[in-house]
Design a protein around this ligand. Structure first.
Ligand SMILES: O=C(C[C@H]1NCCC[C@H]1O)Cn1cnc2c(c1=O)CCCC2
Ligand SMILES: [Mg+2]
Length: 497
């Protein structure tokens, strides 16, 4: 049926219906893989354009590396791959013949890129080296797939840099983290929390991981939005990426790597959608405005169409993405419904009244506000779209903050967790304390545990999402909420995707 048959509160069913009825996704017969239709792919293209403009200011150069990795190469950095090798997909045949050695399909490209980095970096004058690539990635996840959020093939960018000093590398990590915050806030109107991953949640191959985390308001689950890692010299020692510094000393390069994926689109859908379907932030909408003529017996159809075409041309001159839906085989009501489902930020209706008074009827998708504007005021629409973006962002910030609570002890912590909130607590930073919280919160959780491939997934357990960059200082004597030992940092806990 055309309509979405559930409310957003029936969240997972709602999400599945919205992504199809907004024509973002089509299903595909390989589990965990989905077709990205034009309406959805356009969003990824806007993210690429915006992020490329940002990293260009950092002199990052786009490039392309092969997608196949020999086992020898992949296992070069054992530790980094060890925990993940179950997810690596392999090519073992071509035609009827076997490959004499299987090739991994890239799950990430450190082991593909860094042997080349070692060739390119000899002197400190070859640094900093900064490359990025936009590719697909394959990870044979066995957790239940969700389009955009968790898929076996996804699109991402991965940036990799090499520097002559630790300071420069660390500065790079945080510059990129700020760019990720901008992609989410300025483009997708999705608020994020910048933070640092705990030792047990960080990328094992690196020194430390910074992250932008968001919280899906409907279920209070944390969602990792993008990560920016300081790799230290771990990979440069492994791959011999060294250089002669200005004192003629051999030194290992200091590296970073950072990634943002199509999961960001899933976060945007979840934050902004409503019972009528998708609600697109204007900056990533394939159509920002749809014009719908309302044919009427007292109105000459040809004149009406000319008026609509004229308005369309004015909007194109204002650099807006506009679509005139003058199909005669669908009713206005049907069109209203369809373009609302697809999340078009503004609909302009032009019927007999508007025609006579030289105006248009504006219907805003985000808040359903309706009003008339004169044709000579059409230039207001650029500002109106900006105001819509800002209003969507402000609303999302309020909803995110409503899902963050504080707790000073275990009882308060579990009350909040079972109300599907994330919880900010003082913490001792001890890994065993973190593991105990994970285990106990799973046991005491009201959420049912899911069973996948015979493995119980503690869906109910809380994990650390990040240690927020912005946090109060902790003083001597302030205790860890769980173990009572001296606290060191505030950490945000939650169930997560
Ligand atoms: O991919 C990264 C680190 C890094 N890769 C480049 C982009 C930034 C950042 O994600 C971590 N990681 C996650 N998942 C996997 C791997 C892995 O290294 C390797 C094996 C398959 C699964
Ligand atoms: Mg993973």
């Amino acid at each position: 049926t055309l309509a979405i048959t559930v409310k957003k509160s029936d969240f997972s069913e709602w999400y599945q219906q919205v992504i199809r009825k907004a024509e973002l996704i089509e299903y595909y017969d390989v589990s965990g893989c989905y077709i990205l239709r034009p309406w959805g792919y356009f969003i990824w293209e806007q993210i690429q354009r915006y992020f490329d403009d940002l990293i260009r200011t950092e002199d990052v150069e786009n490039s392309y590396f092969p997608m196949f990795i020999s086992a020898k190469h992949l296992n070069k950095e054992k530790e980094h791959v060890e925990g993940f090798k179950a997810e690596v997909a392999w090519v073992t045949k071509y035609g009827e013949s076997d490959l004499n050695e299987p090739l991994a399909i890239r799950p990430t490209s450190e082991t593909i890129m860094y042997p080349a980095f070692a060739k390119w970096v000899q002197s400190h004058r070859d640094l900093p080296l900064k490359v990025n690539q936009w590719t697909n990635i394959v990870r044979w996840e066995f957790k239940f797939p969700t389009p955009f959020i968790r898929t076996r093939e996804f699109l991402w960018q991965e940036g990799h840099t090499a520097h002559s000093t630790k300071e420069e590398a660390i500065k790079q990590v945080y510059t990129i983290l700020d760019f990720y915050e901008q992609v989410y806030g300025e483009l997708l109107a999705v608020p994020v929390i910048k933070g640092i991953k705990t030792e047990s949640e960080k990328f094992a191959g690196g020194d430390f991981t910074t992250t932008v985390e968001t919280i899906i308001p409907q279920n209070g689950r944390g969602l990792q939005g993008a990560t920016s890692h300081h790799l230290g010299q771990n990979f440069s020692k492994m791959f011999e990426i060294n250089f002669e510094d200005d004192k003629k000393q051999k030194a290992f390069a200091w590296q970073t790597s950072w990634g943002l994926t199509t999961r960001s689109i899933g976060a945007m859908i979840m934050f902004h959608g409503d019972d009528k379907g998708l609600v697109l932030p204007p900056r990533i909408a394939k159509y920002q405005i749809v014009i719908i003529p309302i044919i009427h017996k007292d109105l000459d159809e040809k004149q009406l169409n000319e008026r609509c075409e004229q308005i369309k041309q004015i909007l194109i001159k204002q650099k807006l993405r506009v679509h005139l839906d003058n199909r005669d085989n669908y009713s206005p009501g049907w069109k209203f419904n369809k373009w609302e489902q697809k999340g078009v930020p503004i609909r302009l209706e032009i019927g007999p009244g508007e025609f006579k008074n030289n105006e248009v009827r504006v219907v805003q998708r985000f808040d359903n506000k309706k009003y008339q504007i004169k044709i000579e005021e059409i230039n207001k629409l650029n500002q109106i779209l900006d105001n819509i973006h800002n209003a969507m962002f402000e609303k999302a910030k309020i909803e995110l903050n409503q899902r963050i609570k504080q707790a000073d002890n275990w009882k308060e912590f579990m009350i909040q967790l079972n109300q599907r909130n994330t919880i900010l607590t003082k913490w001792c930073e001890r890994q065993e304390c973190e593991q105990q919280v994970k285990g106990k919160s799973g046991m005491e959780s009201k959420e049912k545990d899911s069973e996948i491939n015979g493995q119980v997934q503690l869906t109910g357990s809380a994990k650390t999402l990040c240690m927020p960059l912005k946090q109060d200082e902790i003083k001597e004597g302030e205790k860890c909420f769980h173990c009572g030992q001296q606290a060191k940092r505030y950490v945000l806990w939650g169930r997560s995707y």
